[in-house]
Design a protein around this ligand. Structure first.
Ligand SMILES: [Zn+2]
Length: 287
């Protein structure tokens, strides 16, 4: 099991992205741009697919940016997030895509930076005023936090933890189905409650959604999931006891699958798919 864990975790670290925090000045050199118009990222579409916009400030001086954030460096190149006016006219070869559409169309690490950019832009948009007294909020030095000018509140961009777990009994794995998913099955997942450890959350969600007990819980991998600000935390666990049965109204089916009877799976590069692949590598030939 240690082998799988280390493979999963090493593949999951982006050493080439270095974060930068306020109040570093916006670089004027050639940069990677993450401009958002509403919730959509503007990219270039070319014959070979989708590429991030690149250019210096001069290139983009003719576009009106409502917000500019210097968020980091990728492979040494500055990354700049920006928010554009919804009415701003754009060059003909720029195209707007929702982040869900871009998932699987962009390299994973670039996609993760895009989701980071999107969350920071949204955070700035929604944290202009103090939720306690309504006074303006200003940036906290050295981080993305924002503080009320009267000093009664400081907020930070939210990261909402959610667990996802692959449960197996050595020969089969447990998959769940929600109304509206068509033929596709996924894994048991759910949000962490306040005051709960990740381990408690996994046990609770499994009990609530499938009605069973698990053991040998093991952390595998994680993935930011920006809809809107989740961090998916992936586990593997072994079935212990109980009868599998959907327990809440969210799921309409929960059942065991062996590797030769798999249903339609979640999309590649989703954390669910990565967990399923890890399990198949280890247990897929033990029918
Ligand atoms: Zn205040």
């Amino acid at each position: 099991m240690a082998g799988i864990e280390s493979i999963a975790n090493n593949a999951n670290i982006n050493n080439e992205f270095e974060r930068v925090y306020p109040s570093q000045p916006i670089p004027t050199e050639q940069a990677l741009w993450f401009p958002f118009q509403g919730q959509k990222l503007l990219v270039k579409t070319q014959d070979q697919g989708i590429t991030l916009l690149q250019g210096d400030q001069e290139l983009l001086a003719n576009i009106k940016h409502e917000e500019l954030l210097y968020i980091g460096r990728y492979k040494g190149q500055p990354c700049i997030a920006s928010a554009l006016d919804p009415e701003e006219p754009l060059p003909g070869d720029w195209k707007a895509f929702g982040l869900r559409e871009l998932y699987n169309l962009m390299p994973g690490f670039e996609y993760n930076i895009a989701t980071y950019a999107s969350q920071l832009i949204n955070w700035h948009k929604t944290s202009r005023y103090c939720p306690v007294c309504g006074s303006p909020m200003v940036s906290v030095e050295g981080g993305w936090g924002r503080s009320c000018v009267r000093g009664d509140y400081t907020g930070y961009p939210a990261v909402i933890p959610a667990i996802i777990v692959l449960i197996h009994d050595g020969k089969r794995m447990l998959m769940a189905h929600k109304a509206g998913w068509g033929k596709r099955y996924g894994l048991i997942a759910g949000f962490v409650e306040p005051g709960e450890t990740l381990e408690e959350c996994v046990h609770r969600e499994v009990k609530e959604e499938a009605g069973i007990e698990i053991e040998d819980l093991q952390y595998m991998n994680s993935q930011p999931w920006p809809f809107p600000s989740q961090l998916m935390i992936g586990f593997m666990a072994r079935y212990k006891s109980g009868v599998v049965q959907p327990q809440d109204n969210e799921l309409d089916d929960v059942r065991w699958f062996s590797s030769d009877t798999l249903p339609e799976l979640p999309p590649p590069s989703s954390l669910a798919y990565i967990l399923i692949s890890s399990w198949l590598k280890q247990y897929g030939n033990q029918q």
